[in-house]
Every structure is written in structure tokens, then in C-alpha cells.
Design a protein around this ligand. Structure first.
Ligand SMILES: *Cc1c(COP(=O)(O)O)cnc(C)c1O
Length: 230
């Protein structure tokens, strides 16, 4: 299939799933996950009207952002504190903030460089030990800490589904994350604006949208299979 055909399929699926939860595709942000994809292909997809791209390696963001500076870039992978200089002030969202120390260091670097960085808190809903993300019971604690960090802004939550779950288990997990998202949104913490619930990848975005997601991260569903799986 051509990339433009894949994009059409994804957009149609987003529209259908959004309808099933009383929304339209305008309510859902589509992030094309361009990790490992060469920049010429990413440029082609950008020309086809996709404006948001996700990467899981800070160095790849460092190299790709200057090639398409007008696009919005998202950090979606594990972030070591010595690499935050590549992403703070350069990305629309750092979606993978999963510990207090990292959040503090992002805030420190943002202060130093005079920017305000939007972030999402990554939650490990599937509780797989190899997965990044904070425990759902620690969300309140990290949000309270974020209230006083003036150079970051928490814009929502991010979670990753599990390849080992049945459709039913995935649904339950996404619904639970949506409930947490709605609950935190209603609490109106200082400095926190719960706008995005980032959940859903190529294999499970339709389920995620039906369960309340408003931001999906699609890699292979747009670019085709990756050469190596990371
Ligand atoms: C790779 C990746 C995606 C996209 O995966 P696909 O299955 O190719 O859609 C989404 N989110 C994160 C955090 C990823 O690392």
C-alpha cells in the first residue's frame, strides 16, 4: 500500500472510532511516529498534510527537527537526563515523563533556557515491569510536585497498551486511564491543564479512541513495517 493510502485508512478509522464515542476526527490528534524512518519519507508525509511527528530517541529528534522545523515534534520514548537538551524547548510535547527527577531536570533546563515546556505524564497502566511509566497510584504525587514547577506545564497523560492483552483487557485498561484523566482534569490543579490523553498505537488506536483517547501515536500504520522493532 502507498503511504497516502495508509493515511486515508488511518483517518477513516479515526473518524469511525471518534463517532462511536460521540466525537469527530477533529477531536483526535494524530501523531505520525517516524522513529527509524528516513527524513525524505517523513518530509513526504509532512507534505501530505501530517504536521505532528513522534520520535523515541532524543538524538533522532535533534537531527530531524531542523529538517522540518515547521512541524510539531513529540518525544515519546525513554529520556535520560543528559539528553534533555535535545528536546526541551524544541518539542511540542515530551510525552514520556515518568519520574519526578526527570520532571525536575526538564524544569531546571527550561528555566535556564527561558522556555516553558509542555509535558505528559506517562503512566504504566499495564503494569508490565519492562514498560516505562509511573504507577497510577503515584499520579497525584507527581501532579502536586508539578504545580510549583513554573517552566513546565502538564498537559495530560500518556500510556501504552500491551501486546499481550485481549481486546477486552485493553478496553478495560484504556477506560481506566480515561477515568483517571477525567478525574485529574476535574481537580484543576495549579499549572496543570489536562488537555491530552495520548493512548493508542497502530494495533490498538481504534479501541483507545472508543475509550476516550484524544491523541494517537501511529507508526507502522502510516509508514509501513519498520526494519527493526523499537
Ligand atoms: C513506536 C511507538 C509507537 C508507534 O508504534 P506502531 O505500533 O508502529 O504504531 C507509539 N508509541 C510509542 C511510545 C512508541 O514507542
Amino acid at each position: 500500500m502507498l503511504i497516502e493510502e495508509r493515511i486515508e485508512v488511518v483517518k477513516n478509522n479515526i473518524e469511525q472510532s471518534a463517532k462511536l464515542s460521540g466525537r469527530t476526527s477533529k477531536d483526535i490528534s494524530l501523531i505520525a511516529v517516524s522513529k527509524t524512518i528516513d527524513i525524505e519519507t517523513v518530509k513526504e508525509v509532512h507534505k501530505l498534510g501530517i504536521n505532528d511527528f513522534g520520535e523515541n530517541k532524543p538524538q533522532e529528534l535533534r537531527d530531524k527537527i531542523p529538517e522540518i522545523p515547521e512541524a510539531s515534534w513529540h518525544m515519546i520514548g525513554r529520556l535520560q537526563s543528559n539528553k534533555i537538551k535535545y528536546v526541551v524547548g524544541k518539542t511540542k510535547l515530551i510525552q514520556s515523563v515518568d519520574n519526578l527527577e526527570l520532571m525536575q531536570k526538564i524544569n531546571d533546563f527550561a528555566i535556564k533556557t527561558g522556555v516553558v515546556q509542555d509535558i505528559l505524564i506517562q503512566v504504566n497502566m499495564s503494569k508490565e515491569i519492562q514498560k516505562a511509566g509511573i504507577d497510577e497510584n503515584d499520579i497525584d504525587r507527581i501532579l502536586l510536585e508539578a504545580c510549583s514547577m513554573k517552566n513546565i506545564k502538564v498537559k495530560g497523560l500518556m500510556t501504552i497498551g500491551s501486546a499481550f492483552m485481549t481486546e477486552y483487557e485493553l478496553e478495560k485498561m484504556f477506560e481506566k486511564c480515561n477515568n483517571i484523566f477525567v478525574d485529574k482534569k476535574q481537580k484543576k490543579y495549579d499549572n496543570i491543564d489536562m488537555e491530552y490523553l495520548s493512548m493508542g498505537m497502530s494495533g490498538d488506536y481504534m479501541t483507545a479512541i472508543r475509550c476516550g483517547s484524544n491523541m494517537v501515536r501511529i507508526g507502522s500504520g502510516i509508514f509501513g513495517p519498520r526494519n527493526y522493532n523499537i
